[in-house]
Design a protein around this ligand. Structure first.
Ligand SMILES: CC(=O)SCCNC(=O)CCNC(=O)[C@H](O)C(C)(C)COP(=O)(O)OP(=O)(O)OC[C@H]1O[C@@H](n2cnc3c(N)ncnc32)[C@H](O)[C@@H]1OP(=O)(O)O
Ligand SMILES: O=C([O-])CC(=O)C(=O)O
Length: 482
């Protein structure tokens, strides 16, 4: 009965043609309005999706609201809640075997379908991914151009914030610490916080959140470049004129860091796309969701995500990988990169009680497709690079070592195993900085998702915790009464 009423309402709203369409529409990955004219701005496009999506959520909750989505065993509660299905996150979904899909599209599909830089770009523009994540649609060329222009206009950071960053003790503060300081400083510009203070309606939060998200995403390359040049290049900043004709985020990032090659522009585009989103449960995405659920604005929420990304088991692993690879080369001395020599050095790492960085994953059970995409880039542009050859050889060696060790659930490489050698090849050798680049990209996914959290009016997150004593009492009582 309830679903009949829902169907009738949806027919009235033109989301479906008749009640029998309801079930098939619910099964589709996105709920599209039947007749639309293509919106030109991102805000209009998101707006056009909100009511249909709310209707879809409504239908799903009506139909399946009391079904069990996942269970949580005592071991899972102690074990980082691994594979407990207890969140809904719309922008991407991770399959353990296949890897990430952004709004249903795999990485190779995104590389094929998303618009490229004119005239000869081959990698997808991050602005296109942003449109896809926010709306669920592959954008047209002109839609992507509108996002490029919008972000370019927003890509300025107040002088006093830059000067504050200039005065930080760069040699003593990790670039990720400088990065979170910067994002917190920018928080004073939050439109969402301002709107909340002026009594904005809950139904309008998403739009303020989107405003903040776009401004923050646009500003992050400027901040990243400032930190990079302050920390590693004696505060010699790249003049603004140099980036004036950089019309997309990838190129702007490359140029403001101080790199001039079009190949590096392409690498930055690819990098920003690959690292953007990895469903909702990873540390950075979950931190953004959690903090945002208290209605902390996107700046505060994203700063929390960055702090999570800065951990060595998560985003910082890319820094650790490059260090480990360089140590490995040093330990090899002049010896060749044979299977035997590399196997021995991997065992040495394990015997010292360390993880092998860039291998393993909490969810993936095969080679990360983000690794594969970077490997393809390397095969095209730097096949003879010695460090790439080391990474290639480790692809053969490490999984065997980890299998033999016997405790790792996934012996295959993840995204972080590959990024450093690409950056290093083009001269970005300062591995301490790598996670900042990861953070610039992660904003695209986590903030898109945050906009949807507000659009759907998700409540404050508050799972129930229990104590070890509670678990004992609960299950002991149960076995007595059985
Ligand atoms: C962008 C990203 O965040 S991708 C991940 C980046 N992180 C890394 O590359 C760091 C190296 N990898 C790891 O530490 C892990 O594989 C993680 C953190 C990614 C996943 O952790 P988990 O889900 O707990 O992995 P898993 O269930 O396979 O762990 C089982 C055991 O194998 C160990 N293990 C997992 N990966 C590795 C590895 N690469 N090298 C050595 N041991 C490992 C774990 O430490 C754990 O040991 P313990 O039982 O003594 O505590
Ligand atoms: O999914 C995870 O847990 C970690 C990861 O690869 C990411 O966040 O990119």
């Amino acid at each position: 009965m309830r679903s009949d009423r829902v169907a009738a309402a949806l027919v009235r709203l033109k989301y479906i043609r008749n009640a029998s369409d309801l079930v098939s529409e619910v099964r589709k990955k996105s709920f599209r309005v039947l007749s639309t004219s293509a919106p030109q701005t991102l805000t209009e496009a998101v707006r056009s999706k909100i009511e249909p999506m709310k209707a879809q959520v409504h239908v799903v909750r009506e139909q399946f609201g009391e079904e069990v989505l996942g269970t949580c065993t005592v071991n899972q509660a102690y074990g980082g809640m691994r594979s407990v299905k207890s969140m809904v996150y719309e922008t991407s979904l991770l399959d353990p075997e296949e890897g990430i899909r952004f709004r249903g599209y795999s990485i190779p599909e995104c590389q094929k379908l998303l618009p490229k830089a004119k005239p000869a770009g081959e990698q997808p523009l991050p602005e296109g991914l942003l449109w896809l994540l926010l709306t669920g649609d592959i954008p047209t060329e002109s839609q992507v151009q509108s996002v490029c222009m919008d972000l370019k206009q927003r890509a300025t950071v107040p002088e006093d914030v830059l000067h504050f960053l200039d005065r930080l003790p760069h040699k003593r503060l990790h670039p990720m610490t400088q990065f979170t300081i910067a994002v917190n400083l920018l928080q004073r510009d939050s439109r969402m916080t301002e709107a909340y203070a002026h009594g904005a309606a809950k139904s309008a939060y998403w739009e303020h959140c989107l405003e903040d998200a776009l401004t923050l995403i646009a500003r992050l390359p400027v901040i990243a470049a400032r930190i990079y040049r302050n920390t590693f290049h004696g505060a010699k900043h790249i003049p603004l004129e140099t980036t004036a004709n950089a019309d997309d985020m990838g190129k702007r990032l490359a140029r403001s860091l101080g790199f001039e090659s079009t190949e590096f522009d392409e690498l930055m585009r690819l990098y920003l796309v690959l690292h953007a989103d990895h469903e909702g449960g990873n540390v950075s995405a979950h931190a953004v969701r959690l903090v945002g659920s208290a209605l902390s604005d996107p700046y505060l929420a994203f700063a929390a995500g960055l702090n999570g990304l800065a951990g060595p088991l998560h985003g910082l692993a890319n820094q650790e990988v490059l260090r480990w690879l360089l140590q490995m080369k040093e330990k090899l001395g002049g010896r060749p990169m044979t299977t035997e020599n590399l196997t021995e050095l991997c065992w040495q790492t394990l015997r010292e009680g360390h993880v092998i960085p860039g291998f393993g994953h909490a969810v993936l059970r095969r080679t990360d497709p983000r690794y594969t995409a970077q490997r393809e880039f390397a095969l095209k542009y730097l096949p003879h690079d010695e460090m790439f050859q080391l990474v290639s050889k480790l692809y053969e060696v490490v999984p065997q070592v980890l299998e033999e060790q016997g405790k790792v659930k996934n012996p295959w490489p993840n995204v972080d195993q590959h990024s450093g050698v690409l950056l290093r090849y083009y001269g970005l050798v300062e591995s301490n900085f790598y996670t900042v680049l990861f953070g610039v990209s992660r904003a695209i996914g986590t903030l898109s998702s945050l906009v949807w959290d507000r659009a759907l009016g998700l409540p404050i997150e508050r799972p129930k915790s229990v104590t070890t004593q509670w678990i004992r009492d609960h299950f002991e009582k149960r076995s007595v009464s059985a």
